[in-house]
Design a protein. Sequence first.
Length: 410
Amino acid sequence: MADKRIPVTVLTGFLGSGKTTLLNHILTATHGKKIAVIENEFGDVAIDDALLAKNTTMQVEEEIIEMMNGCICCTVRSDLIVVLNKLAGRVRNGKLKLDGILIETTGMADPAPVAQTFFVDDSIKKFYQLDGIITLVDAKHIEQHLDAEKPEGAENEAVEQVAFADRILLNKTDLVTEGDLTRVEARLRSINQFAPLQRCTYSKLSVDMILGIKSFDLKRTLEMDPEFLAPDAEHVHDSSVTSLSIVLKGDLDLSAVQAWVGDLLETKGADIYRMKGVLAIAHSDQKFVYQSVHMIFSGNFDQTWGPEEVRESKLVFIGKNLDDNLKKEFEACLATPENIEKKRKLLRFPIGARVKCKVTQRKWEDGIVVAHLYRDEYMPPGVVAPYQVKLENGDLIYTPEDSDDVVKSR
């Protein structure tokens, strides 16, 4: 079923990278789409609206909304939610037709909180789909921004903008040599090894590189650029922001993966800028596709594995303090006989144990454990219950977890 939510593109890039020039190209391009452009300026004096004004009169299919006096990722983020909800209301009322929204952030913005808006706010999540994060890079000056020393506790916005990118547009290539471009591209790849990189001058490129690319959907990203997880794309560098990719054959235990990801995001979420993956889960014919932005995680089963397709898991991390322990921890999630047996030994009740099970919100019933690690065809994909229990009335049930909240001694 097609996703009918309105796609949103976030355009980011450090100061002077050419974002407004790119917006002008989009406003004058012949693409036939009704687009709302949301601008963000850090100060309280509008500059970009004046630069765009002559083109908005030429292309009446666009609507420009300005958010002033603050960075969209912090002080005016709540204003972004208000603006998006107002646009949604006009669309529902039939007063506005929208094919997409383009959000231009200030050059000082961290794109992560902007992206998180489309996952943490229910009203936004239902009406909008994050289509992609486009990062514009100034080929001549990016290295000095990446190397800039920041006050203790402050973040390097240029690094985070590159790390979060789903597409990197290397702009102003006419101002540097081919040797410079090779060096800059290697530096960008060391921070973000999976985002497709496009060279351009004066921010000129096809609108198709920016709008409707569905690059925030991992499945599509893998189809468009299947080599972004290739091991030979890694580079050794001094930056604290790195990429780490894992490819692992075999099926994974869903509960083990959930526990691992939960612990990882709780303990290292601040260091993990982006995490994406396509996982092969035991007892599921579908691929589990997930992604996260810092501690915000979303995932679901999507697309059936092909009959000749190798069942393997691919995932990528971008962030700080990434090490090979992540690979070892991930391997421990494999649904091997050894790992399954370890899981079985951790269960609290042996087969034959007399227990009390919570069968409704307020009702408990007595029963006997008759099976460990139970699964049947009616259970959700990948789910394996700790216990199957036979109640005193003869009914067979399973417990969703091994805790006193649902099953305990009697």
